[in-house]
Design a protein around this ligand. Structure first.
Ligand SMILES: O=P(O)(O)OC[C@@]1(O)O[C@H](CO)[C@@H](O)[C@@H]1O
Ligand SMILES: [Mn+2]
Length: 438
C-alpha cells in the first residue's frame, strides 16, 4: 500500500486541530474543573474532609494538565496503574520513535491531533482516579444528563413515531419499509450533531422534531450509501429464514444521539432487518458526551420511567431487548485508546474477532470517522476503502456529521466546491455522510 499522508496536527496554525488544542480543549478542562468545584459540598457530605481533599487534588491535577497543554510541554507517560496504562505508554514511545532526532519530544502542538486529544481525555480520567474517594466521578455526567432532559420534546416525538410504526410495520410493503429504514438512518445521522465536545461542553440538545426536517436536510448528506445498507439487510432478511442477522453499533454521544441509535435498533428488530444488535460504548468518560455503560443504562431507565406513554413503552421494550438478549452491550478498552482502527486487529484481536461476527457495523460520529481514516490529510476523492488501510472486520458504514478536517470518498470537485461556498463545511457538523465499505 502506498504511504499514507501525514496526520492532522496542531503544527498547522489556524487549522481546526490547532484551534481545538489551543482554545476548545482548555475550555473543556476549565469546565471540568468548575464541575468539580461545584460538587465540593456533595463530596464533603459523602466523604467528609477526605472528599474535600480529593476535590482539591483533582482540581490541581487538571490545572497542571491545562498548563502543560497551554505551554506545549512534552506529553508525559501515565503513572496511575490501570488496565490500559502500559498500552498508552507504549504508544507514547511509538510516537517518540516516529520523530527525528532534532524534533524533541511528543508534544501538544506537534504530535498527531488524534493522539493528543485522546490523551487529554485519558489524563482527565487519571486525575480523577488519583483522587480517591471521588475516583469514580464522571466530570461530564451532568452535561450528558442535561442534554437528555433538554431534548425531551424531540425524544417524545421520536418514541411516538417509533411506537406507531411498530404497530403497523407488518402491513408495510418493501418500498414503504425501505423508506422507514432510511428515515431512522437519517435521524441517527443528524442525532450526531448533538455533540458536547464540539460545543465545548455548552448545551447541544435537540430542540426540533427531526422527522419533519429529513427532506430539507437530505441535500446535506455528501455521501449517501443508504441503498447499499438496504440491499445488504433486506437480502439477509430474505435468505436467512431463522438464522440471526446481527447489526453492531459503535456508539458515540449519549443523550439525544443515543436515543436515535436505540430507536434505529428497535426499528431494525421490529422490521426483522436484524435479529440481534450489539452496542459498543466507552469504558471511561470520553470526549465530553460519549456514552459509557452507566449512561446507557441510566438513559434506558429514564425513558422507561417517563410520564409520556410512548416514551415509557419504548423504554420498557428496550429493557426487554436487553433482558431477552436481543440487545447486547460491550465494554472494551480499545475504544478509548488513541489508535487508528487499522491497528485494531493487532492491538485488540479479540475485539476485531467480535466485530467479524456482524453482518453490518455502524460507526457513529466524527471521532470514529477520524479513527477509521487515521485522521490523515487524505485527498477528498481517495476511496473510503483505501483510507481504511485494511480495516474491514465486516461490511461497515460511517454515520457521521462532519466535525474535523478529514473527508474521503467524495466526487471530483465536490470538496473544492463546498470549500468555495462554505469555508466551515468540514467542521460545523452541518454536513453528514452515510459512507459504506462493503
Ligand atoms: O465523535 P463526535 O462526538 O461526533 O465528535 C467528536 C468531536 O466533537 O471531537 C473532536 C473535536 O474536539 C472532533 O472529532 C469532533 O468535533
Ligand atoms: Mn462523541
Amino acid at each position: 500500500m502506498a504511504g499514507s499522508p501525514e496526520s492532522l496536527s496542531g503544527q498547522d496554525v489556524g487549522s481546526f486541530a490547532y484551534l481545538t488544542i489551543k482554545d476548545r480543549i482548555p475550555q473543556i478542562l476549565t469546565k471540568a474543573i468548575d464541575t468539580l468545584h461545584r460538587h465540593k459540598s456533595e463530596f464533603f457530605e459523602k466523604h467528609g474532609e477526605e472528599g474535600t481533599e480529593a476535590e482539591k487534588k483533582a482540581i490541581s491535577l487538571l490545572s497542571k494538565l491545562r498548563n502543560e497543554l497551554q505551554t506545549d510541554k512534552p506529553i508525559t507517560p501515565l503513572v496511575e496503574k490501570f488496565v490500559d496504562m502500559d498500552i498508552w505508554n507504549r504508544y507514547l514511545e511509538y510516537q517518540q520513535s516516529l520523530m527525528n532526532e532534532g524534533d524533541g519530544k511528543p508534544r501538544w502542538f506537534y504530535s498527531p491531533w488524534l493522539f493528543v486529544e485522546c490523551y487529554m481525555y485519558r489524563r482527565i480520567h487519571e486525575a480523577v482516579m488519583q483522587s480517591p474517594p471521588i475516583n469514580d466521578f464522571d466530570v461530564f455526567q451532568e452535561s450528558k444528563e442535561q442534554n437528555f432532559f433538554e431534548s425531551q420534546d424531540s425524544i417524545i416525538a421520536l418514541c411516538s413515531y417509533l411506537q406507531e410504526l411498530k404497530r403497523t410495520v407488518e402491513e408495510l410493503d418493501e418500498v414503504q419499509l425501505k423508506n422507514e429504514f432510511f428515515k431512522f438512518l437519517q435521524v441517527a445521522l443528524w442525532g450526531n450533531k448533538c455533540d458536547l465536545s464540539l460545543s465545548g461542553g455548552t448545551s447541544s440538545s435537540q430542540k426540533s422534531n427531526l422527522m419533519n426536517s429529513l427532506e430539507d436536510l437530505k441535500p446535506l448528506i455528501l455521501v449517501n450509501h443508504m441503498d447499499h445498507l438496504w440491499s445488504l439487510l433486506s437480502k439477509c432478511k430474505k435468505t436467512r429464514e431463522n438464522a440471526p442477522i446481527r447489526v453492531d453499533i459503535v456508539l458515540d454521544n449519549s443523550g439525544f444521539e443515543l436515543i436515535t441509535d436505540l430507536v434505529l435498533a428497535d426499528f431494525l428488530l421490529a422490521s426483522n432487518l436484524a435479529t440481534k444488535i450489539h452496542f459498543y460504548g466507552k469504558t471511561i468518560p470520553w470526549f465530553v458526551s460519549d456514552t459509557t455503560k452507566h449512561d446507557f443504562n441510566w438513559l434506558i431507565e429514564q425513558v422507561k420511567h417517563s410520564d409520556d406513554k410512548w416514551m415509557s413503552k419504548s423504554g420498557a421494550d428496550w429493557e426487554d431487548h436487553i433482558k431477552m438478549g436481543r440487545w447486547i452491550y460491550h465494554d472494551h478498552i480499545f475504544w478509548t485508546l488513541p489508535h487508528e482502527y487499522c491497528a485494531m486487529s493487532q492491538v485488540a484481536p479479540d475485539l476485531y474477532a467480535e466485530l467479524q461476527k456482524a453482518d453490518l457495523i455502524l460507526f457513529k460520529g466524527d471521532l470514529n470517522y477520524r479513527k477509521l481514516t487515521g485522521d490523515r490529510k487524505w485527498a477528498f476523492t481517495i476511496p473510503f476503502h483505501q483510507a481504511l488501510k485494511g480495516f474491514h472486520p465486516a461490511p461497515l458504514c460511517s454515520v457521521r456529521t462532519l466535525k474535523a478536517e478529514v473527508q474521503v470518498g467524495l466526487q471530483p470537485g465536490q470538496g473544492e466546491e463546498l470549500a468555495a461556498s462554505e469555508p466551515g463545511w468540514l467542521t460545523t457538523g452541518k454536513y453528514g455522510v452515510l459512507q459504506f465499505d462493503g
